[in-house]
Design a protein around this ligand. Sequence first.
Ligand code: AHM
Ligand code: MG
Length: 351
Amino acid sequence: MSQRSVVTIERHIIEAERQFPEATGAFSNIMYDIAFAAKMIAREVRRAGLADVLGYTGEVNVQGEEVKKLDEFAHEVIFKALDHTGHLCGMASEEVEDFIPIPDRFPTGKYCVLFDPLDGSSNIEANVSVGTIFSVHRKISDHERGCAEDCLQPGYKQVAAGYVVYGSSTMLVYTTGNGVHGFTLEPSIGEFLLSHPNIRIPEKGQRIYSVNEGNYNKWSPEQRALVDHLKGADGQNPRPFSARYIGSLVADFHRNLLYGGFFMYPADHKNRNGKLRLLYEAAPLAMIAEQAGGRASDGFRKINDIVPDSLHQRTPLYIGTREHVELAEQFLAGGRVGAEALSIEAVAAGV
Ligand code: AHM
Ligand code: MG
């Protein structure tokens, strides 16, 4: 019986590095360190909810350590996996207000990493999937030990991006601009194994929209018209979409990446830039979506063309199957509202 060769994430990264003879290995090491941090976080996420049972819900656990919320724990694990290696000039995290410098006792390097350590963590007590999102940029500032400028770069300059979804299994999905690859954690050996090579969003995949429709009354007329159309409530769509909304961005995005569909977090009259963060959530997932043949937009322009001016800047987000995101953009531009909405005949003809 022939045995298929098993590709660990380490092997995959090394083989990719060999295509660049000038590579120093620094970038590969950053990817290993992120994968290591993901395993540490996965282990802790698996035990979420046991704190009460095991009797350490107080301020201090049985080892005399302060019990941390899981998102703070995840932040620290990633920071500590990356702070001492000499490959980074700094970091930025959704959990921290400002640019995070490398401690003075460690050397610095030519990359910076931005991350959302545990997105969707408000869901965790209910056993819903959560995720980590990361983005890697090259250092661009003249500042010897890095500064916020190194993080404030548009998404099209990312050298890598990815996420980890802590679901029924733990998966790490990443891109370095050469396709999107997914690895599933084999818990018994503690290795991420290549399970989803070269992921493409299926062009003729499922027609799914993911949005928090509870915000409907806060949306613009164009956004409402879009969702009415998706549901077929405008009488113009003979093939209505299905709705799926977990409320955990990585999980919603991951499902749409594999099956087809799109996720949106629109602007509304209270939150003019929506809810999600450009640098920690939208830009890295946009790189993945584009590499998989999809599209990511703020409704009017590509997410990864936006030049950020602050670390915690928010943006509306429309991301997933290209055709669906383009449909959303047409509605938001006012081109598909009311009488101009797509006719049943045109939709039936597959426009
Ligand atoms: P968080 O960064 O505080 O975890 O918030 C981000 C999450 C996303 O995972 C999810 O898509 C969104 O918030 C859900 O928001 P809402 O509850 O408004 O639908
Ligand atoms: Mg988040």
